[in-house]
Design a protein around this ligand. Structure first.
Ligand code: FAD
Length: 406
């Protein structure tokens, strides 16, 4: 494994670094105050537009789709450099990371011509409408139905945990179009207009205080057949494109997650009855364990980068990274909050670095669920990395309406 940039990568990194230094100074520090929804959306759109004008969007997308036609390494390099800033990238992450690659891989030329460019330039925001109250890990168990009506389809049902649905213009939605087929075979995907009559997004309140995701209700929502993505009944296959992109997107450590250094500095400043916390044996052992976990994550990610640099696609072993990252983030933050005793309740304004650890503690629980729960990722590692026997899937070949009725 070679950890150094190739000459081409180094030149690209230098250009990206210079561009960011000239354009991202406003994002050197995180916002001092919580932003209003309007300010947050406005800032995200402006940043997306600035990157688009400079050729730093759709880095790996084909040129025919308005992308840069560069390698995954170029995208990783730009993201590494961008991570030195607190730029507002999250609003577009799901749309550009997962939804639009699905649209341009499986959509019709008309759909591609209409939707890809405005998403890339930051004019339109997208969400991913997959999970439902009774279908998350078992995504093929969704019940939202689409029924043909002339040249249209009528969608009825409910999605949940839909990140940014309340801020989105469009979404990709998986629906059941043939309940008499086995669960993976009766699905079809569509593009749905989030402002259409019958679509209602209700934000959910999170324990962090934010409202990033929603319940979304569909009541008689009319979608033209031209907005179908892939063939009728091929929704599972089309969804796999989205899920593969999701696994790549969520596998790494979030750019501003705390690391062992933050924990070490923090422990050095905490005074206990017997002196600085960092001088205590059990505290030093926890910091050392965090260092070991951080190094393991870094090396696992470098292994994935090496695979990408050789033109390979990182496989199911990417799941290992996500299981360890989310758990490490939660453990580190929980330990820091334990160390600070009652101070663990102090909020952002009073203690910025503790606020970062608190934020991480509250976010890590979601990270252990989103994009595949720990248990599902462990199943993937067991079956596809270690070659152990498969999980029980007794309803795989049963007609869906027979499972629901059972
Ligand atoms: C922060 C966040 C953002 C999200 N954003 C989106 C989004 O934008 N769009 C979207 O569609 N969804 C989104 N989701 C939903 C997410 O995909 C689901 O929460 C996830 O797939 C788990 O599904 P579930 O919540 O229904 O849990 P369930 O699938 O009901 O799982 C419940 C528990 O059972 C365990 N379990 C289930 N099956 C098995 C099995 N076979 N073996 C062992 N254990 C099992 C799980 O690990 C879990 O502990 C988001 C979730 C979070 C937390």
């Amino acid at each position: 494994m070679d950890f150094n940039d190739t000459p081409d990568d180094a030149a690209y990194r230098a250009r990206a670094r210079d561009w960011l230094a000239a354009n991202a100074q406003a994002y050197r520090e995180p916002p001092a105050q919580p932003q209003s929804r309007g300010d947050m959306v406005g800032a995200a759109r402006s940043w997306q537009k600035a990157k688009h004008a400079a050729g730093y969007t759709g880095i790996t997308w084909p040129k025919s789709m308005g992308g840069q036609g560069l390698s995954p390494m170029h995208s990783i390099i730009f993201n590494q450099e961008q991570s030195h800033y607190h730029a507002p990238t999250e609003l577009f992450a799901i749309g550009l990371g997962m939804c639009l690659p699905t649209v341009f891989t499986h959509g019709s030329p008309e759909v591609i011509a209409r939707y890809v460019a405005p998403a890339l330039s930051g004019d339109e925001v997208w969400c991913q409408l997959f999970s439902e109250p009774a279908a998350g890990s078992d995504l093929a168990g969704i019940r939202t139905k689409a029924v043909a009506d002339g040249d249209d389809w009528i969608i009825d049902g409910q999605k949940v945990w839909t990140t940014n649905a309340h801020l989105s213009d469009y979404g990709i939605i998986v629906t059941r179009t043939d309940p008499s087929a086995p669960k993976h075979k009766g699905l079809t995907m569509f593009i749905v207009d989030m402002h259409a009559p019958g679509v209602e997004a209700r934000p959910l309140k999170q324990m962090s205080g934010g409202s990033d995701f929603n319940e979304v209700f569909f009541t008689g929502v009319r979608v033209p057949d031209s907005h179908r993505i892939g063939a009728v009944g091929d929704g599972w296959k089309v969804s796999l494109t989205t899920l593969m992109n999701e696994r790549l997107a969520v596998g790494g450590k979030p750019s501003h997650a705390p690391d062992y250094k933050l924990l070490m500095d923090f422990a050095a400043r905490i005074e206990t009855d017997t002196g600085p916390a960092m001088e205590q044996r059990d505290v030093r052992q926890r910091v050392a364990a965090s260092y070991i976990a951080d190094e393991g994550i870094k090396l696992t990610q470098l292994r994935a980068l090496s695979a990408l640099a050789k033109g390979e696609v990182p496989g199911p072993e990417q799941s290992i990274s996500k299981v360890v990252v989310a758990k490490t983030m939660q453990d580190m933050a929980a330990f820091a909050m334990d160390l600070s005793e009652a101070g663990g309740f102090i909020t952002a304004g009073a203690a910025p670095d503790l606020a970062k650890l608190q934020g991480s503690y509250l976010a890590a629980a979601g990270l252990r669920i989103a994009g595949g729960t720990d248990e599902i990722l462990r199943n993937i590692i067991a079956e596809r990395v270690l070659g152990l026997p498969g999980d029980m899937r007794p309803d795989k070949d049963t007609p869906f309406n027979a499972i629901v009725a059972a």
